[in-house]
Design a protein around this ligand. Structure first.
Ligand SMILES: C[S@@+](CC[C@H](N)C(=O)[O-])C[C@H]1O[C@@H](n2cnc3c(N)ncnc32)[C@H](O)[C@@H]1O
Length: 346
C-alpha cells in the first residue's frame, strides 16, 4: 500500500519530478515583474499600502488581475500582502519605483520586451541553427533593429542605463585611472559609467563613443564638473575608436562572436597611447554548477546576438588573439560584472 513511508511511499523520483514541474513556472515570475513595472505598481505604493481595488482604479485594470500579479510577486519577496487584498512595498520592490536612485524599472521592461521575450521563446531554433532566433523572427540583427526603430532603441538604451546605474559606482571604484588620463568609453550608451569615472577622477577627461543614433537619443544630463570634461564622439567600433589612455568596454564583448571581438579589441589596442590599458567589464563565467546570473544572460545572448558570456580561459584566448595580455581580474562585490585589466602584449 502506498503512503506508508516518510516520503509518503512514492519515492524520491516523484519529488524530483515535482521539482521539475515547479521549475517550469520561472518565466511567469518575469511576466508578473513586467506587469508590475509596466503598470507602475511600485510608484503607486510609494506613499503607503493600498488595496487592489485602489490599484485597479489607478491603473485601469481589474482588481482581481492586480491581486493575482502581486500575490505571485509576493512569493518572491517583491511586495507583501499586509492583509487580504492590501499590498505594501518591500525593499526590492522599492527599486522598481521611478524615483529610486537605482531604479531598475526600465531594465525590467527592456529585458522582458518582445525583442527579448520572443527570441528566448524560440531557444530551440537557436540551438539547432547556432544562430540567434532574433534574426529569423525580426529579419535583421538586434542592433540593426534598434537603428531602425527609435522607440525600441530608447527602451534598450534606457534599460541598459538602468542596469548600469546599479553597478556604475562600485565598478568605477574598481577602475585604475592615471592622472590626467583621457578615458574612452567604447559603446558607452547613455554615459553613466563614464560620468561616474570622471566624478571619481577629477583630472581625467572622457570621450563617450557610440553609434550616432544612440548618442542623439540621450546625452548625459549637463552637470557642472564631470560632464564638462566629457565629450561625445559618434562612430563604429568595428572601424576604429578615438585615441585615449584608458579604453573602457562594458558589456560589449559578450554581444559578439570571437572574430568580431578580436576586431573590436584590435581597434581599441590601436587607439591606446603608450602606457595605456583597456578595462573590460563583463561577467566571468564560473566553472561548474554554481548559480550565476551570467549563465541565464548567456542563454539570452544565444537567442538575440552572436555573442556569449566567457570563462577566464576564454577571455585569455580572446585577448591573446588581439595581441593583448590579461593583467588582472577584479571581482566587484555583489555585482555581476568583473573588471579585467588588459594591456598590449610586448
Ligand atoms: C550591451 S550595450 C552596453 C552599453 C554600456 N556600455 C553599458 O554597459 O550600459 C552595447 C552598446 O554597444 C553599442 N554598439 C553596438 N554596435 C556598435 C558599433 N558598431 N559601434 C559603436 N557602438 C556600438 C550599442 O549602441 C550599445 O550602447
Amino acid at each position: 500500500m502506498a503512503g506508508t513511508g516518510a516520503d509518503g511511499g512514492f519515492g524520491g523520483e516523484h519529488e524530483a519530478a515535482a521539482f521539475v514541474l515547479d521549475e517550469i513556472f520561472g518565466y511567469l515570475h518575469s511576466a508578473a515583474l513586467r506587469a508590475a513595472a509596466a503598470l507602475n505598481l511600485a510608484d503607486h505604493l510609494r506613499d503607503g499600502p493600498r488595496t487592489v481595488g485602489e490599484l485597479a482604479e489607478l491603473t485601469g485594470c481589474a482588481a482581481l488581475a492586480i491581486h493575482r500579479v502581486l500575490r505571485l510577486l509576493a512569493t518572491r519577496g517583491l511586495f507583501s500582502e499586509q492583509e487580504p487584498g492590501r499590498f505594501r512595498l518591500t525593499p526590492p520592490a522599492a527599486a522598481l519605483c521611478t524615483t529610486s536612485p537605482v531604479s531598475v524599472r526600465e531594465a525590467v521592461l527592456m529585458m522582458t520586451e518582445p525583442a527579448m521575450w520572443r527570441s528566448a521563446g524560440e531557444v530551440v531554433d537557436s540551438a539547432r541553427d547556432a544562430t540567434p532566433s532574433f534574426d529569423r523572427i525580426f529579419g535583421m540583427s538586434l542592433f540593426e533593429y534598434y537603428a531602425r526603430d527609435p522607440e525600441a532603441a530608447a527602451g534598450f538604451n534606457d534599460g541598459m542605463a538602468a542596469f548600469s546605474r546599479v553597478e556604475n559606482a562600485p565598478v568605477a571604484a574598481a577602475c585604475e585611472i592615471p592622472e590626467d588620463a583621457t578615458v574612452v568609453d567604447v559603446g558607452g550608451g547613455r554615459g553613466g559609467l563614464l560620468l561616474e569615472v570622471l566624478r571619481r577622477n577629477p583630472s581625467a577627461r572622457g570621450i563617450l563613443f557610440d553609434l550616432a543614433h544612440v548618442l542623439e537619443g540621450g546625452r548625459p544630463a549637463p552637470e557642472p564638473g564631470p560632464a564638462e570634461r566629457l565629450r561625445s564622439v559618434a562612430g563604429d567600433f568595428l572601424t576604429g575608436v578615438p585615441v585615449g589612455d584608458v579604453v573602457l568596454l562594458k558589456r560589449i564583448l559578450h554581444d559578439w562572436d570571437d572574430a568580431t571581438c578580436v576586431r573590436i579589441l584590435r581597434n581599441c589596442r590601436d587607439a591606446l597611447r603608450p602606457g595605456g590599458h583597456l578595462l573590460v567589464f563583463d561577467a566571468v563565467l564560473a566553472e561548474g554548477d554554481e548559480p550565476q546570473q551570467a549563465k541565464a544572460l548567456d542563454l539570452l545572448m544565444m537567442t538575440v546576438l552572436p555573442g556569449h558570456e566567457r570563462t577566464e580561459a576564454q577571455f585569455r584566448d580572446l585577448f591573446r588573439a588581439a595581441d593583448l595580455t590579461l593583467r588582472s581580474i577584479t571581482h566587484v562585490h555583489a555585482m555581476p560584472v568583473s573588471v579585467l585589466k588588459v594591456v598590449p602584449s610586448p
